[in-house]
Design a protein around this ligand. Sequence first.
Ligand code: NAD
Ligand code: UD1
Length: 335
Amino acid sequence: MSVLLTGGAGYIGSHTAVSMIEAGEKVVVADNLSNASYESLRRVQELTGAEIPFYQLDLRDERAMNGMFERENIESVIHFAGLKAVGESVEKPLLYYRNNLDSTLTLLEVMERYGVRNIVFSSSATVYLDGNAPFSENSPLGCACPYGWTKFMIEQILRDAAATGKLSAVLLRYFNPVGAHPSGRIGEDPSGVPANLMPYISQTASGKREKLTVFGNDYPTRDGTGERDYLHVCDLAEGHVAALRYCREHPGAEVFNLGRGQGVTVLELIEAWNRANAMTIPYVIGSRRDGDIAVSYAIADKAKALLGWEARRSVEDMCRDAWNWQKQNPNGYEL
Ligand code: NAD
Ligand code: UD1
């Protein structure tokens, strides 16, 4: 029996593959490689010694999906596959709705056809309505971009599908996953200029970018800069192992925040990086980024109580491991 990781060649999927294999699971990956490289999976196999059946397919291709479910003995699915760039989703909303919704619907239909009942879904803290942090699972919802709405809509689709009694769904709202596997062999490999803070800091550290621009220092936070709940990607990966265990034992749909439950400002993250890696990241203060919110962090109690999961790694661990990955792979997976 295997666990299918859709989008498993990507950043979070590849780290989760390692944790799942370490937990004794057999893993199958399906990915169209639109935002990933097979090299990540080659390295996961090298790290774990496991063989991972890989299907390069688009989740919307029902025939290819049937073929995979026919060949593999799939028992559960962790559904990472999707497009995730906020700015691009504003420019190309139809691309986002088509890709993220269609791929989920096709996946659910094929799962039903093959009698697969368990699904863990990658949702996002971006579904929470701004202004109510810290966010609990019951905080009001509302999204600021098409990407966020795809997460919101897929959550609803999964709740409705689970209400029939034929599906067990766990919806995971990730906060800000950062860092890399401590080996430095797998990590985040953004294409082009990074939109997110941690990869931008990493590339500034390596000299690929001259300096970081801090997007605003006039927010109502401790030091005026944006506050987020950064979470080590290996903690997040382990959260999926716990979530899948819960999913197998609990029919219906349940939602969990995965975060550390601690807000860290941009300046605090820079300081943590400097401490962890004995360097000084050059930065300037710039204006606010459109669409940014001041504060986002989790109330993480539910995952602790029901999944028995909580983040173990510190902000310094995230910075150390991000730098270790960046140093060893200045051009990501490009060989
Ligand atoms: P990623 O882009 O590295 O991984 C997603 C993978 O899905 C990629 O490998 C891509 O090639 C694949 N994919 C996309 N559309 C596909 C399709 N139609 N068929 C087959 N494969 C397809 O992103 P990630 O950071 O690993 O994120 C994984 C999931 O977690 C995504 O759903 C994302 O929205 C969600 N998430 C990510 C973050 C974050 O900060 N990284 C935060 C919250 C939620
Ligand atoms: C981004 C996504 C969000 C997603 C989340 C998951 C956007 C607009 N939002 O949010 O939908 O759920 O990632 O990880 O992309 N910052 C700088 N300088 C930079 C980059 C960022 O100061 O060069 C600041 C931002 O203003 C913010 C913080 O760093 O205060 C974190 O930014 P980022 O890493 O982009 O994450 P989010 O904004 O939380």
